[in-house]
Design a protein around this ligand. Sequence first.
Ligand SMILES: Nc1ncnc2c1ncn2[C@@H]1O[C@H](COP(=O)(O)OP(=O)(O)OP(=O)(O)O)[C@@H](O)[C@H]1O
Ligand SMILES: [Ca+2]
Ligand SMILES: [Mg+2]
Length: 540
Amino acid sequence: QKATSPKPGQATAWSRPAVQKNINRPKLVVGIVVDQMRWDYLYRYANRYTDGGFKRLLKDGFSCENTLINYTPTITACGHTCIYTGSVPAVHGIVGNDWYNRELSRDVYCAEDSTVNTVGSTSNAGKMSPRNMQVTTIGDELRLSNNFQSKVVGVAIKDRGAILPAGHSATAAYWYDGTTGNWVTSTYYMTQLPDWATDFNSMKWPARYLSQPWTPLYPIETYTLSTADNKPYEGPFKPAVNPTFPHNLGGDKGTPFKSISSTPFGNTMTLEFAKKALEAYGLGKGSVTDMLAISLSSTDYVGHQFGPNSVEVEDTYLRLDKDLAAFFKYLDEKVGKGQYLFFITADHGVAHVPGFMQENKLPGASWSEGKAVSDLNKLAKEQFGVEKAIEGAGNYQLYLNYDAISQAGKSATDVRDFLINTLLKDPAISNAFPLQNLMTTTLPEPMRTMMANGFNRKRSGDIQFVLQPGYIDGGKTGTTHGLWYAYDAHIPLVFMGWGVHAGKSNRTMGMTDITPTIAAMLHIQMPSGNVGHVIEEVAR
Ligand SMILES: Nc1ncnc2c1ncn2[C@@H]1O[C@H](COP(=O)(O)OP(=O)(O)OP(=O)(O)O)[C@@H](O)[C@H]1O
Ligand SMILES: [Ca+2]
Ligand SMILES: [Mg+2]
């Protein structure tokens, strides 16, 4: 077939325009991580959502309906790091919120940094930085793509929710200090709080919200998707005895401003602060793409305290839906509809409260890692004469005390296998094995890959254990997350705005695919530890 010559400037299979004059990019990328938002929360309350919030996302955006976390533990710090790096704990090094450090013989916190100081408050809440993260973020790559002209700002109540997403070369990261009620940062980013942030703090949002009780948005009898308000397996706001509305807040003498974090108003306050940051830094107003990384932590605190089937969680999502609707309207006005690339996701899900599951004859129970470790150490001492055979624990892993074992003249393998066999007698435990034997241990997918992706050779433990489905490491009230099961690992992922065509896909995608997809859309390099794949349906 005779090849027809291409019209001037028309790119065809065999020719490309000599110079791509200007690459089309959005003014701003806005990411929102909803802490602990299970994918099903998009649909569970759908008949009560407004048109401008979650429903707008699902109508105008592209929803990746089957996005699964591809590592364990499914925990906040690992989630925020993966979302903005496309990497996994085996590579990025953030193996938990905290993890045991043998050299220091103590747990270290993911964002701790003793070489920096708090800015904006008198407490130690600011001695934080991204130093423990061993890879670049999409924000770092954006700044690297244009010699640091782009601005990247992180905002969250939880320090790890602002610091890890914003990256190493962030323009700024801000988080909330519950001891003083101030939004703070650290000397890693700047030496003093900018005036706009000081002004925000002087508006005393926390005191304003905490001065009145948290009452449901609608009459409580309309919350038919949730269980009764007064349940023994929900956690009250101390000093209250019952976990029931109206929730009086600020009763915590020591940290009077902390409780706003555990209410939907924490999300409202975070979005208000994020708007001030967008305006102050002129995000989206320059000649290059900027980035605003927001994390809404309050959904996690409420979820832990009350659980997925509570009125409190339903109320939190109904209020969040309205906050998001207002925020999208704000972005349309401030940046321009279609001028910003928006995505929303979660850092992990959560299990139903064990008490609720048992009440409804469903599998689930509470288990205590602390108790298990002390029992195991007692048995190891009787059996081998070894003091504290397990020297550290966390993230469903145990760290063997090699020094104590060799001092007792015993074999580490014998002690390790004894601990594993003892653990396997526990009905709460579904599996336990040495992490160095992970690849020869019979495990189904996606469990094997998730654990291999979660295993960092220098920071992870020696023994991995897995709780039965529905089991949690917790107490009499509330719930938590961290395992490989769908309720912890199936997260929402919706892109909307610039370059995004409305639609949805049920193809299995990974949390690691978010960052390479954005990198492809922006035509910038993917971060240094990326293992994810571009979502073609979005970045087409
Ligand atoms: N098993 C649990 N049961 C009830 N509440 C919990 C549980 N685990 C954590 N919480 C509460 O949830 C809140 C969040 O805890 P924290 O900030 O330490 O992070 P986390 O929830 O443990 O982990 P992540 O930050 O990954 O969600 C805290 O108020 C904590 O007391
Ligand atoms: Ca309640
Ligand atoms: Mg949590």
